[in-house]
Design a protein around this ligand. Structure first.
Ligand SMILES: Cc1cc2nc3c(=O)[nH]c(=O)nc-3n(C[C@H](O)[C@H](O)[C@H](O)COP(=O)(O)OP(=O)(O)OC[C@H]3O[C@@H](n4cnc5c(N)ncnc54)[C@H](O)[C@@H]3O)c2cc1C
Length: 309
């Protein structure tokens, strides 16, 4: 029987992790569910792929870390799911006063970060300059220029989980690196997508090389066509490949997770998944309380549907 010839209690559009969580909750509650996915594979931005045909390394192309998938969702759905912890969020080793030390930077500025800057530099001046620098970089991006140097987050997943490589690649000493460029909105790529992508790649490597004794290019794995094994994805690629609006990693700007008092009034939304249409619920990252790999948006949408009977 074709899907169109059947009636379903719920239709989930999109088989990213949130859509899958929503569909699983609804199915567990006894609802019949049709899940529609535009791609050949489920998982959306959480999917791991073999990015380089020459190397059997399954890379998570987009999502790097699992934000906060609650244990309750894992338990409710009875999924076999395991995460590996990173012990450090951001740490740059440094040799200081004849001893090994390091710079700890928390995601949001805090006392530990300020202390770390102070210990390494002897005052608050460098820490304040660092904060000013990031403010200026954000300004540059808003002004339509590719940042130089380009701020990056860097992840070496094989240090945490070598099994994304084949045993043969592990034996040969291969590793994977993911560079996540910051302050590179889609508007920087509109005029000339290809050239801007190449410029972003060049600046990302140059930014990284500032901190290396030898340029990263000297240790990049070669592909059989002679090119280095680098894959670059711009926000426009994210929109084309996996339908992220303007490449926004969370589909759209996130809202404050807690509803305002006036939004709570009467029969106003309770789950943050509700829309103007009583039959349509937002189950994706762009929902209130969505964003990141958490499954919370999918859970909340399913709960909102079930609350409606
Ligand atoms: C580069 C990058 C890095 C990231 N890093 C992190 C990270 O380190 N940690 C973290 O927690 N989060 C990260 N994120 C964010 C995280 O990946 C997303 O918030 C999360 O994957 C969203 O899940 P989702 O199921 O809501 O949507 P998606 O994963 O976007 O899935 C949506 C699905 O819907 C499908 N679809 C879209 N339109 C249609 C249609 N019309 N019909 C049928 N199917 C459709 C798509 O093909 C896709 O499979 C990152 C994202 C990106 C892009």
């Amino acid at each position: 029987m074709k899907p169109t010839e059947r009636q379903y209690d719920a239709i989930v559009v999109g088989g990213g992790h949130n859509g899958l969580v929503a569909a699983a909750y609804l199915a567990k509650a006894g609802k019949t569910v049709l899940l529609l996915e535009a791609q050949g594979e489920l998982g959306g931005a959480t999917t791991s792929v073999q990015a380089f045909p020459d190397y059997e390394a399954r890379l998570s192309r987009y999502s790097y870390l699992v934000s906060l998938l609650p244990d309750a969702i894992v338990a409710d759905l009875g999924i076999s799911f395991k995460t590996l912890d990173r012990s450090i969020a951001s740490y740059t080793p440094a040799h200081h006063d004849g001893r090994d030390d390091g710079l700890l930077v928390a995601t949001a500025w805090d006392d530990a970060t300020a202390d770390s800057f102070r210990r390494l530099t002897g005052s608050d001046r460098e820490g304040e300059a660092w904060r000013r620098f990031y403010g200026e970089i954000a300004e540059l991006a808003r002004a339509g220029q590719m940042p130089q140097p380009l701020p990056l987050e860097l992840y070496c997943h094989t240090l945490t989980d070598p099994t994304i490589l084949t045993p043969e690649l592990i034996d040969k000493g291969f590793h994977t690196l993911t560079l996540f460029g910051l302050h590179t909105p889609a508007s920087l790529f509109d005029a000339d997508p290809k050239q801007s992508r190449a410029l972003a790649s060049e600046r990302a490597l140059a930014s990284l090389n500032q901190f290396l004794l030898d340029p990263i290019e000297s240790v990049l794995a070669p592909c059989s066509d002679g090119t280095p094994a680098i894959e670059v994805k711009s926000p426009l690629d994210l929109e084309n490949d996996i339908f992220l609006p303007r490449g926004n990693i969370f589909h759209r700007d996130l809202e404050f997770p807690v509803l305002d008092d006036h939004e709570q009034a009467g029969d106003r939304p309770r789950w943050g998944a509700e829309t103007d249409d009583p039959h349509i619920f937002l189950a994706g990252a762009g929902a209130r309380r969505g964003g990141g790999v958490s499954g919370i948006a999918g859970h909340n949408a399913a709960m909102a549907v079930l609350a409606g009977g």
